[in-house]
Design a protein around this ligand. Structure first.
Ligand code: ADP
Ligand code: MG
Length: 269
């Protein structure tokens, strides 16, 4: 059974892309077949995995072509056996989809339909949304068969704007996806030395009772560096605290999903 989760938060810089890549890489590490969909025209996930977004000039096709119906998803997925993750890449062309999709039939359901053709090849599909609540994110939400994962940065005003996400989720639930739920909230960029970060954790837990994952992602220089080396943290710095945190998040999700975790060395130990 394929599980499809969408990472969403209209704030930029909260750790959506970082979480999509590194959660994905660790789900892969634990033996799952993982497809990451880069749904952001800024193509951060694509670039962070070492794929050049200008490659579309050389014939690479990705999320944009899939959404407008110009290419099937299957042949355009790039698999990286070292990172244990597959990627449907983005490109700047995807920005055009915000304008073009409203003129196409079923504008909000195009990603979901495209995924139906390939999802049985994967155990997990993770969708990395742009920092907006436009038609691209609506496609991401409508395709989130098993729920949305909301990364929240452990900073001042962490909860600000979450009402807007909830409203958008409710809107998509009514119009496109009646079973849409919040799968969980991931706390990111936690700095345990600050009182503020601890307060934010408690506040977010109060706001989303039973929805906040136990695994909290620490603020980590290694995590910030990894994208410039085109790698997930699982290969760039597997011994780091951030790597351990994403590995723990992957195990937490696998356990909740009832998937047996193979006996592998815990990275970093
Ligand atoms: P979003 O996709 O929500 O815009 P990103 O995942 O791109 O956010 O993160 C924003 C920036 O913060 C990136 O430069 C990323 O490398 C960095 N970053 C993300 N998570 C962490 C973390 N836990 N510690 C340090 N830097 C982080
Ligand atoms: Mg991003």
């Amino acid at each position: 059974m394929t599980r499809i989760y969408t990472l969403v938060n209209q704030k930029g810089g909260v750790g959506k892309t970082t979480s999509a890549i590194n959660l994905g890489a660790y789900l892969g590490y634990y033996g799952q077949r993982v497809l990451l969909i880069d749904l952001d025209p800024q193509a951060n996930a694509t670039l962070s995995l070492g794929v050049d977004k200008t490659a579309d000039k050389k014939g690479m096709r990705g999320t944009y072509e899939v959404l407008i119906g110009a290419a099937p998803i299957g042949q355009n997925v790039l698999h990286n056996p070292r990172f244990k993750i597959s990627l449907l890449p983005s490109s700047p062309a995807l920005a055009g989809a915000e304008v073009e999709l409203p003129n196409l039939p079923d504008q909000g359901l195009r990603l979901r339909s495209a995924l139906e053709l390939v999802s049985d090849r994967y155990d997990y599909v993770l969708i990395d949304c742009p920092p907006s609540l436009g038609v691209l994110t609506v496609n991401g939400l409508a395709a989130a068969r098993d729920g949305v994962i909301i990364p929240v940065q452990c900073e001042f005003l962490a909860l600000e704007g979450l009402g807007q996400i909830t409203a958008t989720i409710n809107r998509v639930r009514v119009s496109l996806h009646p079973e849409l739920t919040v799968r969980g909230v991931v706390l990111t960029m936690f700095d345990g030395r600050t009182r503020l970060a601890v307060d934010v954790v408690n506040e977010v837990r109060r706001h989303f009772p039973n929805k906040v994952f136990q695994s909290i992602i620490p603020r980590s220089i290694r995590l910030a560096e990894a994208p410039s080396f085109g790698q997930p943290i699982s290969t760039y710095a597997p011994e780091s605290s951030a790597a351990r945190a994403y590995a723990a998040l992957a195990r937490e999700i696998l356990e909740q999903d009832g998937i047996h975790i193979p006996d592998l060395p815990e990275q970093g130990d």
